[in-house]
Design a protein around this ligand. Structure first.
Ligand SMILES: *Cc1c(COP(=O)(O)O)cnc(C)c1O
Length: 454
C-alpha cells in the first residue's frame, strides 16, 4: 500500500509544502494560516469499504492507540506520529444521543441527534484537537527537537485540555490567564494538572500578545487555535457521526462557532471522506453564533443581501460583548478564511441566538434529559429558529454538536434556576423549602406533584 502522507500548506494557495514535524504556525512567506493537507491519492489506495472495516474494527477497542475516536483514524489525522508517541486519554467515541423527546415535543423533528462531544476527559471537545497537538509535540521531541514546554493563552477549555494532555505526556505546560477575569472552576483544571499557571495583569488579548512573544522562542510550542494540527483531531467528529449512522450522512450538522476552527474542521472531515469515496454527499453546515459575538452572522447577512455566496471581504471584526456562551465570545476569529471556504463548500448557513434564546433552549432540552452547556444552547436555539422558518424540514436528519459538558458551566445553570439572569427564566426549578413533619411534607409533595407539567 502507498504510505499515507500529510504536510502543511498555506491557505493562501501557495503550493509549497512544509513537513509536519517542523515548528511552524503560519505561512512563512505571507503569514497566512496553514492547514494540514493529506495525500488523498495515497488514502485511495485502500477501498472505502476497507477503510470502513478498519475504522469499525478499531472503534472503542483497547489496541493502542487505535481505540481512541481520534487515533482510530490515525492515517487520516497524523500519519507521521508513531503509535508510541501518541498521547491519548481515549478521547472521542462520544455518545450520539437520539434527542427523541426534545425533538418531538419542541420541534416536531423525529430524526434529531446530539453528538455529545463534551462527554470527554476534560469536559469539552477541545480534547480531540489537543491529543493531536501534544502527540505531534512528543513526536518532535522524540526526533530531537529541543521543545521545553507547550503554552497557550486561554481562560477555559483549551487550557484545561492542554494541561491534561501535557501532564499525561510529561511535557511542561504554560497557561497564561487574565488575572481576576476567570472563575475558580476555569482555573482548577490546569492547577490540578500541574501546569505553570500565570495570572497576568491584563485581559485575554493581552495574554495572547504575551504568548506570541513567548513562543517566538522555538523551544516553547504554541498551542493556540491558529495551530492547524488541532483541526485534524476536531475533524474526526465528522467521521464519528457518519460511522455511528452506519456510514450515512445526515442532512444538517449544527455547531456553535467562536474562533471558527471547528466549523472548518467538521467540513474538512466530510470533504476528505467524500473525496476518498467513504460518503457520497455532504451535509449542510450551520455555524451558530451568540448575538453578542456574531461577526460571521453579520457577514453572512451581507452576502445574502447581495444574493451571493459568503466571501472573506464580507467580514468585519467586532468587539464581542459579554455572553453566557463565554467560549465563543470572539469578535475577530482566527480561522475566518477556513470557515468561509467550509461554509461555501457545505452550502452552509450562519444563525444567531440571543442570551434569552440560548438559556431557554438549554432549559427546554435539559427538561428532556440532557444537561447542556450554554454553547450547545446557542446551537439548539438556532435549530429551533431554522425549524420554525422551515429551512430545516420535519423529515430531515439533524445532528447538533454539543461542545462541552454542562457540569463545566454550573454557574450559568444556577443563575438561570435562581432567576438571576437579566430576563425571566421560564423553566426555573428551585428546591422547595420544607419542614420536617412527615405528614406535612407528604401533603405538600402531593400538591406539588399535581402541579408538575412534564
Ligand atoms: C472552543 C469552543 C467552541 C467554539 O469552537 P471554535 O473552533 O472556537 O469556533 C464552542 N464551544 C465550546 C465549549 C468550546 O470550548
Amino acid at each position: 500500500m502507498v504510505r499515507p502522507r500529510a504536510w502543511f500548506q498555506s491557505v493562501s494557495g501557495d503550493p509549497e509544502r512544509y513537513p509536519l514535524n517542523e515548528v511552524l504556525y503560519r505561512d512563512p512567506k505571507t503569514g497566512a494560516l496553514l492547514e494540514v493537507v493529506h495525500d488523498l491519492e495515497a488514502l485511495k489506495a485502500r477501498t472505502p469499504a476497507a477503510w470502513m472495516k478498519t475504522f469499525d474494527e478499531r472503534y472503542g477497542r483497547t489496541s493502542w492507540p487505535y481505540g481512541s475516536g481520534v487515533w482510530s483514524k490515525h492515517e487520516w489525522v497524523q500519519p507521521h506520529v508513531a503509535p508510541e508517541n501518541v498521547v491519548s486519554l481515549y478521547e472521542g467515541n462520544t455518545n450520539l444521543f437520539w434527542a427523541e423527546r426534545y425533538g418531538k415535543k419542541h420541534l416536531q423533528l423525529e430524526d434529531l441527534w446530539v453528538k455529545q462531544c463534551g462527554t470527554s476527559h476534560t469536559g469539552s471537545f477541545k480534547d480531540l484537537g489537543m491529543t493531536v497537538l501534544v502527540s505531534s509535540v512528543k513526536q518532535m521531541i522524540s526526533e530531537g527537537k529541543p521543545i521545553r514546554a507547550v503554552a497557550c493563552a486561554s481562560t477555559g477549555d483549551t487550557s484545561a485540555a492542554l494541561s491534561a494532555y501535557g501532564a499525561a505526556a510529561g511535557i511542561p505546560v504554560v497557561v497564561l490567564l487574565p488575572k481576576g477575569k476567570i472563575t475558580a472552576a476555569q482555573l482548577l483544571q490546569p492547577m490540578a494538572n500541574g501546569a505553570l499557571v500565570c495570572a497576568l495583569d491584563t485581559d485575554f488579548d493581552g495574554c495572547m500578545r504575551v504568548v506570541q512573544e513567548l513562543t517566538k522562542d522555538p523551544t516553547i510550542y504554541l498551542a493556540n487555535s491558529m495551530n492547524s494540527l488541532r483541526v485534524e483531531g476536531q475533524k474526526t467528529i465528522s467521521f464519528e457521526i457518519v460511522q455511528q449512522f452506519d456510514w450515512e450522512v445526515p442532512d444538517w450538522v449544527l455547531v456553535p462557532g467562536g474562533n471558527l476552527g471547528n466549523v472548518s474542521a467538521i467540513a474538512k472531515g466530510f470533504l476528505e471522506m467524500k473525496e476518498v469515496g467513504l460518503i457520497a454527499k455532504l451535509p449542510r453546515l450551520v455555524c451558530c453564533q451568540a448575538e453578542k459575538a456574531n461577526p460571521l452572522y453579520l457577514a453572512h447577512q451581507r452576502a445574502i443581501a447581495e444574493g451571493r455566496d459568503l466571501q472573506e471581504s464580507d467580514f468585519e471584526p467586532m468587539v464581542a460583548g459579554e455572553t453566557l456562551a463565554s467560549a465563543i465570545r470572539i469578535g475577530n476569529p482566527v480561522s475566518l478564511p477556513k470557515a468561509v471556504r467550509a461554509l461555501v463548500a457545505c452550502r452552509g448557513l450562519v444563525e444567531q441566538a440571543s442570551e434569552r434564546e440560548l438559556a431557554e433552549a438549554v432549559a427546554r432540552a435539559d427538561r428532556t434529559g440532557m444537561f447542556n452547556c450554554p454553547h450547545t444552547g446557542v446551537a439548539l436555539a438556532c435549530l429551533e429558529k431554522l425549524v420554525a422558518r422551515k429551512v430545516i424540514g420535519a423529515d430531515e436528519r439533524v445532528v447538533v454538536v454539543s461542545t462541552a459538558h454542562g457540569l463545566k458551566f454550573t454557574e450559568f445553570k444556577a443563575a438561570y434556576h435562581e432567576g438571576r439572569l437579566p430576563f425571566e427564566s421560564s423553566l426555573a426549578n428551585r428546591p422547595l423549602e420544607m419542614g420536617s413533619d412527615p405528614a406535612e411534607v407528604v401533603a405538600e409533595l402531593h400538591r406539588a406533584l399535581d402541579a408538575v407539567v412534564p
